[in-house]
Design a protein around this ligand. Structure first.
Ligand SMILES: *[C@@H]1O[C@H](CO)[C@@H](O)[C@H](O)[C@H]1NC(C)=O
Length: 399
């Protein structure tokens, strides 16, 4: 699909009711977004994504894509409402109290979910689905109050989100299910259903990878756990500047000491965990493109890959290397724009107005080596969380 700037910028300014097809009776283009969490653009992770690398070869990049706030929950709220964080008032991952100002419960209790992306999309004649991480705080205690607006939502459930082989998810607020040895099978099954439907669709695929587990490296899918054993974080100019250079900085930066070899090794471990975890995202992009192609809808789908920012290695923090820059790529797009485009694309949806989790069953850590499974295989080995594992629920609200 040829991407033109006006179509991109107005793509989601969807207001008023609209039919599913244009005047010529053609199906309106689908919209698909794959958004990784806490991925950098300039700190090396994209070098380890072969599918993305190939796409970069013949695609276009929007290289002035910034997160307006370098934190995942506020960024998600911004994406969902088309507003900067000072307007969503979701400015932190944690709930209000102790100075924190974010989180799923605040979002829904403030009624921000009455007017946001899926409602607008549906008015425009689209089916709207969301798979993956929703706002922080959507958890085992409130899974039964699912995100409003979507025709179908299949969301990751905290605290079971840090092991990318054994994710726990709830479909539309149903009892959470643990997929043992997670594969993208369910995701591709949903995509297939959407492609077979009459209406055009908007699908948000929101992996949590390569987000870290608290201060620890993330747990990648088992088949990627041993990859890149010798990889180290790139040594940028700002990786580990001398004390003299550091002193010329302001605030806390001026006091950051030279990293010793243990600190460097620890940053390298984190880097390896992240590039292992990101393999699953690269595979999802490949699987999604293959399915769109198989169904002959690649040319009728606007697909984007982008990321939320917030990661730092070494002492790069606050420098250009990690200045909230995010990848933002039309996926699989031939284009006539030239290779790189520098129009700022942050906040591109427009509108008018703790602790690392443990899998429920720690023995299940790790997973099978195969990349794909059939739906039958997937469902034969799920674990439905018990009352004991979900714990007490918050009271359901009256709507
Ligand atoms: C923003 O959220 C904080 C709590 O996190 C609240 O105290 C404040 O009143 C909110 N501001 C507005 C304008 O709603």
């Amino acid at each position: 699909m040829h991407v033109s700037i006006p179509s991109l910028v107005t793509l989601l300014a969807l207001t008023g009711s609209a039919p599913a097809a244009n005047a010529a009776g053609e199906k309106k283009p689908n919209v698909l977004i794959i958004m990784s969490d806490d991925q950098d653009r300039l700190l090396g992770s994209m070098d380890y994504m072969p599918v993305v690398q190939k796409m970069m070869g013949d695609g276009v990049e929007f290289e002035n894509h910034y997160g307006t706030i370098s934190n995942c929950c506020p960024s998600r709220a911004t994406f969902l409402r088309g507003q900067a964080a000072h307007s969503t008032n979701i400015t932190h991952v944690r709930p209000p109290g102790c100075g924190h100002r974010g989180n799923y419960d605040k979002w829904r209790l403030a009624g921000e979910d009455k007017n946001y992306l899926p409602h607008w999309i549906k008015k425009a004649g689209y089916k709207a689905e969301y798979v993956g991480k929703f706002l922080n705080g959507y958890s085992q205690a409130n899974y039964h109050i699912p995100p409003k607006g979507w025709d179908h939502v299949d969301a990751l459930i905290e605290p079971y989100i840090n092991d990318y082989s054994n994710v726990v998810m709830s479909q539309n607020g149903e009892r959470p299910v643990q997929y043992r040895g997670f594969t993208a099978t369910m995701l591709i099954y949903r995509l297939q259903r959407l492609l077979d439907a009459e209406e055009p669709f908007f699908l948000a695929i929101m992996p949590y990878a390569p987000h870290v587990a608290g201060r620890q490296p993330p747990t990648p899918q088992a088949r990627h756990a041993d990859k890149f054993a010798d990889a180290t974080a790139p040594r940028f100019a700002n990786w580990n500047p001398s004390d003299e250079i550091q002193k010329t900085n302001s605030v806390f930066l001026k006091d950051l000491k030279l990293m010793d070899s243990e600190a460097e090794a620890s940053a390298d471990r984190l880097f390896r965990g992240r590039i292992r975890a990101i393999q699953g995202v690269d595979e999802i992009i490949e699987d999604v493109l293959a399915k769109l192609e198989e169904k002959g809808q690649l040319d009728n789908t606007y697909a984007f890959y982008e990321a939320f920012p917030k990661v730092h290695f070494g002492k790069c923090m606050q420098y250009q290397d990690e200045a909230n820059e995010q990848p933002f790529w039309p996926v699989g797009a031939e284009n006539d724009l030239g290779k790189a485009y520098r129009q700022p694309t942050d906040n591109w949806v427009s509108s008018d107005k703790g602790e690392p989790g443990v899998p429920p069953n720690a023995e299940l850590a790790g997973g099978p080596e195969q990349r794909h499974a059939t739906m039958e295989q997937l469902m034969a080995d799920i674990h439905v969380l018990t009352d004991e594992e979900t714990g007490p629920l918050v009271p359901a609200e009256k709507d």
